[in-house]
Design a protein around this ligand. Structure first.
Ligand code: FE2
Length: 304
């Protein structure tokens, strides 16, 4: 399996202080030292950063950083990308150093999303302390489950799905089909693919939807207790609309995550959850879910 985990995400923002406020005081992420004035970094665990937010002209999700287990896996993945016709750009040593990884390369998926690939696990030994009192973010043993998951749109769904399986080495966790138009005879449903690359039920999901203007639909961060979720929910409600609540508390059917959704300053959402399903990727048989949630998750854009 080529990709090991979702190592970090890169975000672009017009207002870094808005992101700092949101990330630290609402999400409870730990600010990390940045050598650049135009970049703010946030930690979730012993990695030097999990969120890289850089100043720019847009507010959006830019790219996931997919981690490979070793130099051999990294080189094998780059070869596979090249032979499948995807662009591969090797980053300079200084760019890799800035991301605090050994080696770094850039590519894109068939839906047009930028992606980064790296190997080398740098560690920050300063203890993780959440400024909002979050007990712990769940990233697995030694971070092996990665920072959470991301959800991307893919109008060319089948081609993009095949790319992540055949080239990037993901496996199917759930092939959902969601009937968002009521489920009548004329509702074709929307295809979703939830893909695993470690024990986390999914590190990536693809939706057969038009291109998202914010670069991603959402990213998910997992915390260690239901109280951590509840307290974050309270912080969002207390912000009195400054941080919009995108969906109420609920539980997903496929990864069993109890979570809510809030809008980031980047326009995309963060799903903030607890108790996600851990699978054995070697033996997992993919499911097909016909519903998103077994309770809750009332979306702000839904009518009564
Ligand atoms: Fe999610």
């Amino acid at each position: 399996m080529a990709v090991k985990s979702l190592g970090y995400v890169v975000i672009e923002a017009r207002d870094l202080s808005a992101w700092r406020d949101f990330a630290c005081n609402i999400a409870g992420l730990m600010p990390s030292n940045s050598e650049r004035d135009d970049v703010v970094l946030f930690r979730m665990d012993d990695r030097p950063f999990r969120l890289w937010v850089q100043k720019g002209e847009r507010d959006m999700f830019v790219a996931p950083g997919w981690e490979c287990a070793s130099r051999e896996e990294f080189e094998a993945l780059l070869s596979k990308l090249e032979s499948s016709g995807r662009p591969v750009e090797r980053a300079s040593i200084m760019e890799a150093r800035a991301r605090q990884v050994y080696e770094l390369a850039r590519s894109s998926d068939p839906a047009g999303h930028a992606l980064e690939i790296f190997y080398g696990r740098f560690v920050d030994y300063a203890p993780f302390v959440s400024p909002a009192g979050v007990s712990r973010f769940v990233t697995g043993d030694n971070g092996d489950m990665g920072l959470g998951h991301i959800v991307l749109t893919a109008p060319n769904f089948d081609e993009t799905h095949a790319f992540y399986k055949d080239v990037m080495g993901f496996g199917d966790a759930d092939l959902g089909r969601f009937y968002l138009m009521g489920g009548g005879a004329d509702d074709p449903g929307v295809g979703f693919a939830f893909l695993h690359c470690n024990g986390r039920h999914h590190s990536l999901a693809l939706g057969q939807l038009p291109e998202s203007p914010n670069g991603a639909v959402h990213m998910m961060l997992e915390v260690a207790s239901l109280e951590d979720v509840g307290r974050a929910y309270d912080r969002v409600l207390k912000s009195k609309g400054k941080v919009p609540l995108s969906a109420t508390l609920g539980r997903h059917v496929n990864d069993k995550m109890t979570s809510f959704y809030m809008q980031t300053p980047g326009g995309f959402d963060i799903e903030y959850g607890w108790n996600g399903l851990v699978i054995d990727p070697a033996t997992w048989v993919p499911t097909t879910s016909l519903a998103v949630s077994d309770w809750g998750h009332k979306w702000a854009h839904e009518s009564e």
